[in-house]
Design a protein around this ligand. Structure first.
Ligand code: 13P
Ligand code: SF4
Length: 329
């Protein structure tokens, strides 16, 4: 349950969050889709794979996870002895919603000769029914370790699955889920933008449909998109993913121009993730103050979900030692 955010007028939230972080021995992890104020106060900002590895390795007592619920659940699954708090427990994910665990279990049972390779954007219960978890930055490396004739169910993102089918020449059976944010980009508006900036490469997240990915110069996870934007010699880059990641780009390369790919109405507001936006500095402060809302999982589900997550970290070469998350002093 979320505690009501009472009037916090007059509080210097940055100072208070910093004070509580030290008092609680907490680490603040944030995804690139969080607002700039949250990204700037976090100890670490990353993509799903990096955040999972950090959550598994931290020696903090508390993980304040600024991202969506499934990400905070991963932190709890991997670090059960830690208290994991999420500023807003309603911060879900449309991909998670598109894959109810009971239906997924039935789908699996109907295809007993397939293994389930499941995108990390799903509930702990769906992870518990999976063989290997992947993120967009680890899927290719993990697929390369599986025999080509291995039958595979890929859930829940049909766009991501189709992208990896295309890239690897596989024929994975796709669950019909999609992300509402990445599905909102408009091909017509993107082509107009490309005509306006003919030298600007397009970097896109593989959750986008093929009609967007077909125009991309780089397709990758949020971290891969960030790396591409910084390394590219181009001075203007079109970014087809949730636009809050542009904050990191502008910080690292203030001389470049980064343009968010547009939605159907020609402006990119519809491409903001409404779930990520539920977390605010006020709610982060209240969560650290009250140590609520907390992620709690039943132990059987946690253990079953941990197996395919451990396989991901192992196959992605991301089994990390304790204590490698630097915290602010
Ligand atoms: P990344 O693993 O690329 O950070 O993706 C997370 C996500 O939810 C994209 O919508
Ligand atoms: Fe989920 Fe899409 Fe938001 Fe990512 S951007 S957290 S996939 S709803």
């Amino acid at each position: 349950m979320n505690a009501p955010v009472q009037s916090l007028k007059g509080l210097d939230l940055k100072t208070e969050i910093d004070r509580l972080r030290k008092q609680r021995n907490a680490v603040i992890l944030a995804h690139y889709y969080q607002t700039p104020d949250i990204q700037d106060i976090a100890d670490f900002v990353g993509d799903s794979l990096d955040l999972s590895a950090k959550a598994a390795a931290t020696d903090a007592d508390v993980i304040a996870f600024c991202g969506v619920r499934f990400m905070a659940e991963v932190a709890k699954i991997l670090s059960p002895q830690k208290t994991v708090i999420l500023p807003d427990m309603d911060a879900g994910c449309s991909l998670e919603d598109s894959c109810p665990p009971e239906q997924f279990a039935k789908f699996r049972a109907a295809h007993p000769d397939h293994i389930a390779l499941t995108y990390i954007n799903c509930s702990a219960a769906v992870k518990a029914h999976s063989d290997i978890i992947v993120t967009s930055s680890s899927a290719e490396k993990i697929l390369a370790q599986l025999p080509m004739d291995q039958k595979i169910i890929f859930a829940p993102d049909k766009n991501l699955g189709a992208w990896f089918n295309r890239k690897t020449g596989r024929d994975m059976l796709l669950w019909p889920g999609a992300c509402i944010v990445h599905e909102a980009f408009s091909e017509t508006e993107l082509l107009k933008l490309k005509a306006q900036y003919p030298d600007a490469p397009v970097a896109a997240h593989p959750e986008c449909p093929a009609f967007i990915l077909d125009h991309a110069d780089e397709v990758g996870s949020t971290r891969a998109i960030l790396d591409f934007a910084l390394k590219s010699p181009a001075q203007t880059i079109i970014v087809a993913t949730e636009p809050h990641i542009i904050h990191q780009m502008e910080k690292a390369a203030p001389h470049k121009r980064f343009i968010g790919a547009p939605g159907a109405d020609g402006n990119c507001n519809c491409n903001m993730c409404p779930y990520m936006a539920m977390n605010t500095m006020e709610k982060l402060y209240v969560a650290l103050r009250d140590m609520e809302p907390r992620i709690e999982l039943d132990e059987a589900t946690r253990l079953a979900a941990k197996k395919p997550l451990d396989r991901m970290l192992e196959m992605a070469g991301r089994t990390v030692g304790q204590g490698d998350v630097g915290r602010r002093g």
